[in-house]
Design a protein around this ligand. Structure first.
Ligand code: PMP
Length: 426
């Protein structure tokens, strides 16, 4: 069966709009560590996927999943020590004020629940998001989504604010001025909700602003907007679906770099290394107050198998010292990307940390004209040469580099060499 036949069958059975990567979609049959394999046995270096954070099909995660599935897998209305132990272990990685977890299956459900909780706890319903955000696929999230097309109209009780990036700051604007200007945009959003009689419930942000393109933030920006949101009686919800589980190498959670303790944290993707496991973390007071008026029941979220998998992921992160790996290999990767920037003028900026980078491609370094078509060619050429990356950002001109946390220096070198040759031939 050719890839084309499979694609046609997919279109017939699943519709032709379900998204696939690459001009020539890739059929994968096997994964191991940082490697993915197609049906011919050709291997691809995975420099994109954060879901398999401890590596594809990690034997300890697979073993935990299989052995718990062979012992007990049941919905979540029974007592089970594995689930409670996982909840205790997970919450211990947060600020002491964030001491209670609610499990879901997806990041979308976690963000939807976070919005419900914020609305319940504040009595408000206004929401502020970034002007290029994606937090999930439910109706209330579609109503505030700005990064993907959606037929839901943008919510009249939501406001979208731009996120500052030092790389794109107008010449002559200092970091402090940029922070002032963009903090003022959040203040204006709060005022505009107030003017329409809407009480703020929450500001929902990704702690790395990943979909926005990992902007270089001016110092103090997140801390200052958190203070404004709290002054207005709202809660700060931080989405760790992309930034969490040690991605930055500095901390377990992206928000820990910002100096502002959030009210609700949402988790997903890497949490189950591919098993659908997600959730939110908040104070016990908030979780119990919400639960007192809303019976929230999630059939599969935090099942015994989910808890076994989640615990195994935490074991591997600790035992294989993956934060340290993200830091060290990330520093090596950053050097490699900077070297490429010295060689290829199409690279306008390299930003990120740990094992998450955005490489901004521009047609002209001075005018910073986004090179979206070129980024697409690079991503597709990399795929042809056996290295998988993707693109992000409003202008689709940033290469998204976010490999599993078990990425090695040798993997980084192979990636850099391949990117070098693709850029040379662009
Ligand atoms: N938040 C962020 C930042 C995401 O990137 C995504 C998925 N791309 C989600 C939430 C939604 O997660 P899920 O697909 O598991 O519902």
């Amino acid at each position: 069966m050719s890839e084309l036949d499979l694609l046609q069958r997919r279109h017939r059975a699943m519709g032709d709009q379900s998204p696939l990567f690459y001009d020539q979609p890739l059929e994968l049959v096997k994964g191991h560590g940082v490697w993915l394999f197609d049906e011919s046995g050709k291997r691809y270096l995975d420099v994109y996927n954060n879901v398999p954070c401890v590596g594809h099909c990690h034997p300890r995660v697979v073993e935990a999943m299989a052995s718990q599935a062979a012992t007990l897998n049941i919905h979540t209305r029974y007592l089970n020590d594995r689930i409670v132990s996982y909840a205790e272990r997970l919450t211990a990685t947060f600020d002491p004020s964030l001491d209670c977890v609610m499990f879901t299956c997806t990041g979308s459900e976690a963000n939807e629940l976070a919005l419900r909780m914020a609305r319940f706890c504040t009595g408000g319903n206004g929401v502020i998001v970034s002007s290029y955000n994606y937090h999930g696929n439910t109706t209330s999230l579609a109503e505030v989504t700005t990064a993907l097309p959606s037929s839901e109209p943008f919510s009249p009780v939501a406001r979208a604010v731009p996120i500052p990036c030092l790389y794109r700051a107008p010449a002559g604007t200092s970091a402090a001025e940029l922070a002032d200007q963009y903090v003022a945009r959040v203040a204006a959003a709060i005022d505009s909700l107030k003017a329409e009689g809407v009480q703020l419930a929450a500001m929902l942000i990704d702690t790395l602003f990943a979909n926005e393109g990992l902007p270089r933030l001016p110092a103090g920006y997140v801390e200052r907007i958190a203070a404004l949101v709290h002054e207005a009686g709202g809660l700060l919800i931080v989405d760790e679906v992309q930034a969490g589980f040690g991605r930055t190498g500095e901390h377990m959670w992206g928000h820990q770099a910002h100096g502002a303790v959030p009210d609700i944290v949402t988790l997903g993707k890497p949490m189950g290394n591919g098993f659908p496991l997600a959730g939110l973390v908040a104070s016990r007071e908030r979780v119990e107050a919400f639960g007192g008026r809303n019976l929230y029941f999630n059939t599969f979220g935090g099942s015994p198998v989910a808890a076994a998998v989640g615990s195994a992921v935490l074991d591997v992160i600790e035992d294989e010292q993956l934060l340290r790996n993200a830091r060290e290999v990330g520093a090596h990767l950053a050097n490699g990307l900077e070297t490429l920037a010295g060689r290829h003028s199409i690279i306008g900026d390299v930003r990120g940390k740990g094992l998450f980078f955005a490489v901004e491609l521009v047609r002209d370094r001075h005018a910073k004209t986004p090179a979206g078509a070129e980024a697409r060619r690079v991503v597709n050429q990399m795929r042809q040469r056996g290295v998988l990356i993707s693109k992000i950002g409003q202008d689709d001109n940033l290469l998204k580099i976010r490999p599993p946390l078990v990425f090695s220096r040798a993997d980084a070198d192979l990636f850099i060499d391949t990117l070098d040759s693709v850029l040379r031939e662009l």
